[in-house]
Unconditional design. Structure first.
Length: 172
């Protein structure tokens, strides 16, 4: 009986664990992936950290990401400048890249619309948003490095990638 109780406790703990937080490695992988775009960004790049204030996990992830980027972060030939963007205001964001926080479910479609309209690529660590086409590029650094591209979503936002990049990614 004790073994069953311990097993169930462990299961509930795993289910209650939050999604993997965005790491510096995730950001570095995303920036390196941008380098494979046919017209990659260079110099200073304003990164719109897109979150939903009414979704606590999204708001927390956005705050953590902003703290991680601080006043700006140099990664390769890009200098990333964070800009907090409420998902309901993405249409008015003055940024060169969207970084979508996790946990937004169907609300991510609002960003997809803005991304397409403004021709700004959406990047996320929320793989489900790449699979369903809300974001064009997804990255994960843990437990192994994964780069996912939704070609249609990326193309709709004006982003195309070099052919050689297809050997390194999972494509949807």
């Amino acid at each position: 009986m004790k073994k069953i109780a311990l097993f169930l406790t462990c299961c509930f703990m795993v289910m209650a664990m939050p999604a993997q937080a965005v790491s510096l490695s995730d950001l570095e992988i995303a920036v390196r992936a941008l380098g494979f775009m046919n017209n990659p960004p260079t110099g200073e790049l304003s990164v719109g950290i897109v979150y939903a204030p009414d979704v606590p996990s999204s708001a927390q992830e956005a705050e953590n990401l902003q703290r991680m980027l601080g006043n700006g972060l140099q990664v390769g030939n890009l200098f990333l400048k964070p800009v907090m963007v409420n998902i309901n205001e993405a249409d008015n964001a003055n940024v060169g890249l969207f970084f979508l926080t996790g946990g937004l479910g169907g609300d991510a479609r609002k960003l997809s619309s803005a991304s397409n309209k403004k021709q700004i690529l959406c990047v996320t660590t929320d793989v489900s948003q790449v699979i369903n086409g809300a974001c064009g590029l997804g990255v994960k650094s843990h437990p192994k490095i994964e780069i996912l591209v939704n070609r249609a979503a990326a193309a709709n936002s004006g982003a195309t990638f070099a052919t050689a990049f297809s050997m390194m990614i999972t494509e949807y």
